[in-house]
Design a protein around this ligand. Structure first.
Ligand SMILES: [Fe+2]
Length: 358
């Protein structure tokens, strides 16, 4: 490790040639004395920082870089932290198609490796589990239920005079739930209380894989769906929601952030003729891919089976089912995603050491 400094900056060069420059005020802001020892939270606001601080000298040992401030005090910064001070816990996501579906995780509730199951859920956007007796107990291991107008937990079964086709015995193509709600419920869980005697297979699609495929095979359609705002709308006797979204929402610089697709609630905007034609062509191409056997994973959930999935990535649907004998009955709920990522981040700390500058 080589160290150079001037009044206003420090330059570090690691043995592998990696070099970074650190502005004096940034180092002063991040000095350990400016962080709470227990929580790691900042103890200073920008208004409390001086306009300028001068560095007198900088040196390093095996673990830390030591800064002597011209004003007289000394601060020590762990070298590992200086190498990547902005490091955040991240999940590498794995897109999947129907050919990859056999690798999707099915665990048994009693013998489930919690960390592996949560990681599969975050990585694949979906994970299954057998032998669940309580949806609420399952969710307690993932995060917190997010209550909506459908209730804290809702029954997905055929009901008379249903205000939403979800609560009928009709087949439903792949969709994300509640794109008309702001914010969209990030995740959804479904628990099979009673499998239908006739039909009612569940359908799952990785919308990110489909969108990536569309981008490669039909970039014009992909661009139209990422550019055109559409309104999702839902109204019943007691609620009325609407939200404007792109069906494929991009993250900077090139990633896909979210899929919003629900045929029952989409309101196509009135566009100029050429743009309208392009939007319908693009939407049909996307819709056909979402139905394609190349991307759909079809499975009949049995009693006690449960599934949790990312509602802004994984589309879900079902085949129609008969209601004469034993009708299909699932219980469902929505939940936040932040708690899933948080739990994985905490689990990853074990044996990882602390990378803060406390
Ligand atoms: Fe749904």
């Amino acid at each position: 490790m080589k160290v150079w400094c001037s009044d206003s900056q420090v330059r570090l060069e690691w043995s592998d040639g990696y070099t970074r420059d650190y502005y004096s005020l940034w180092l002063y802001d991040n000095r350990p004395e400016h962080r709470d020892l227990h929580s790691g939270q900042r103890l200073v606001d920008f208004a409390d920082l001086p306009e300028d601080v001068a560095i007198a000298s900088a040196s390093c040992d095996a673990d830390c870089v030591e800064i002597q401030w011209r004003a007289g005090s000394v601060s020590r910064f762990p070298i590992d932290w200086l190498r990547d001070p902005g490091r955040q816990f991240e999940i590498e996501r794995h897109s999947w198609t129907s050919a990859d579906a056999p690798r999707l995780l099915w665990s048994d509730y009693r013998s489930c490796d919690e960390a592996a199951w949560l990681m599969a859920l975050a990585r694949d956007g979906i994970a299954f589990i057998r032998g669940v007796t309580s949806l609420e107990d399952l969710i307690a291991g993932v995060g917190y239920i997010r209550e909506t107008n459908y209730g804290r937990v809702f029954d997905v079964k055929n009901m008379p005079d249903a205000e939403n086709l979800a609560f009928t015995d009709l087949g439903l193509p792949g969709h994300t739930d509640n794109p008309y709600r702001e914010p969209v419920p990030p995740m959804q869980a479904l628990h099979c209380v009673q499998p239908g005697s006739e039909g009612g297979e569940s359908i799952f699609v990785d919308g990110f894989a489909v969108a990536d495929h569309l981008r490669t095979t039909d970039p014009t359609a992909f661009e139209a769906l990422t550019r055109t705002p559409v309104t999702f709308w839902f109204r019943s006797a007691h609620v009325e929601f609407s939200a404007e979204r792109r069906m494929i929402e991009l993250a900077e610089p090139q990633g896909i952030k979210a899929i919003h697709y629900n045929n029952r609630s989409i309101q196509v905007p009135l566009l100029p003729i050429a743009q309208s034609a392009e939007f319908y062509r693009a939407s049909k191409a996307f819709s056909l891919l979402l139905r394609s056997p190349d991307f759909t994973y079809v499975v009949k959930l049995d009693k006690g089976d449960a599934v949790v999935f990312d509602n802004q990535r994984i589309l879900h649907g079902r085949t129609a089912y008969g209601s004469a004998e034993q009708p299909r009955w699932l219980r469902g709920c929505y939940l936040d995603k932040a708690d899933l990522i948080s739990r994985l981040a905490v689990l990853s700390r074990q044996g990882d050491g602390c990378h803060t500058n406390t």
